[in-house]
Design a protein. Sequence first.
Length: 248
Amino acid sequence: MKQYKNRMVIKIEGTSFIGKQKNGSVFFEELVSILADIQNMGYELILIPSGALTAGMDTLSMKTRPENIRQKQMAEVVGQCSMLDLYDSFFNDYNKVIAQVLLNAEDIKSAEKKKNLSDTINALLEMRIIPIVNTNSIAGCIEPKTKELLFEDDDMLAVVIAALCKTHKLIVLSDVFFSYKKIFQNINIRELSFTAKTSSGKKHQSLKNEKQEFRKKMSALKAAESCGVETTILNIGNLSSLYEVIKN
């Protein structure tokens, strides 16, 4: 599969973690300044930010995570708006234009709509516009025929976009940084001993649910690798490491 060597998908995790920090605006200033600089170097960026639910909960002053699907979707669509405003505000300082791209199940399942999606993202990139991709929280996460989740999490969304847009790299910025950076082929996930490290450097042994989340992430990133997409997990607390990855 032909790939665009200067094109990459960057998934941004840890927004709930960052949002609790007093220097949250400082973080976004650094993030956006680096991303703007990378684009100025000639690279094409497609962003997939996580944290819409948390952002929506904050806007709506919700103290507990909603379990009802209607309440969850409501918080997510509010949060997507908040997150988009945040990125737009910071990117505007660097004279960068962003665009929101919302997916639903048919955009991926239908060949015609998938082509339209790809063409739209390509057109944005040609105009040096930075696409910010999310699922449609109301309609996009459910596969219409089976009624199952199309994107169980944003990791698989990132893989789908990376493959669809023929990107050379998929980079995950995470507030949980694993002891290795690269995801290689032939990894036996079941035999991995998983110890995570937060961006503050504090180690902790994962619990059962953390291991399950890790396995889901590994499964998604291995799927990207099977498409020939180079995948890397980076510590969100060390954003300057982005430069090292894009040059390798």
